[in-house]
Design a binder for this molecule. Sequence first.
Ligand code: NAP
Length: 316
Amino acid sequence: MRKDEVRLNCGITIPVIGLGTYSSNNDRVTTEKAVHLALKMGYRHFDTAKIYGSEGAVGNALRKAIEDQIIPREDVFLTSKLWSGDHHDPVSALKHTLRNLGMEYIDMYLVHWPIKLKPWACNAVPKEEDFEKQLDMETTWEGMQKCLDMGLCRCIGVSNFSTKKIEHLLDFASVPPAVNQVEMHPMWRQRKLREICGKHDIHVSGYSPLGGPGNAWGSTAVVKNPLINSIALKHKATPAQVALKWGLTRGASVIVKSFNPDRLRENMGSLDLKLDDEDLIEIEQLEERKIMRGDFLVNNTTSPYKNLEELWDYEI
Ligand code: NAP
């Protein structure tokens, strides 16, 4: 196993730095170029989702690299996600994703959100009429397990699940989730979630590890934080590298998006940074600031969750 990978409870390894591919521009050419460049720089883990609209571009770029023998398929770790309108049929949803990608299988299939939308709802930000009141996670998970049995994916997991939702899932899952992908960065440290996931051997993957600067929902609160900047200065590193390395030292993988050559390289460089105990203690003391959190799923009278606290089971 390479030092930049960790083993999951399903037996396979996951590279700890993943390239995020959600971009509001959703420009196919730019995404393909970024994936090519990332492969050259050593990225081996690519994160997409039906709702990002990036599956086609990611699949094209990876297939081309595989055909050109730049990389064997088995060295690439590809994640996609079950959209909330597809809970009724994960197998068909994953087959659709595989067609988008032009791949025979993916490595990880995640339940994107613990929320069920009407089958036709395909907006990242659901509308008033899109919500179903009840998510029957037992039926969804049966479908996810079927995807695994059929060899459509090598591992299954969840995303945006609170500790309570994880424990509920474990009550009936024949196959436990291998990953829980959640917002995680120095300002939303997910301490309790990491503890419970650790107890059940579920790997935590941190998305928006820089706090999503430049995104409509994002913030510069992490990369502009004075403590993160002073730690970066001390180690002759950048604030982004400090934020990413913090996640890695917590045993998580980080899913970071950049389509810019310099920042792609910079982010990969976080692997070489060494944070000391003092840095980690200081970061632990930062006031928490949750950034994306799923607000768009609760500011709606038809959502089953009245507010963020309900979505996260009063853990935030
Ligand atoms: P992020 O990776 O924290 O931030 C990305 C933003 O930061 C982009 O605007 C990027 O711009 C900029 N950036 C990248 N590297 C930088 C650096 N070194 N210094 C300064 N700015 C930098 O947040 P994210 O995009 O929200 O999340 C990353 C990925 O996580 C997504 O693409 C997606 O794959 C996944 N995600 C999953 C969920 C989920 O529900 N499971 C939710 C959100 C995100 P440039 O491209 O211009 O560099």
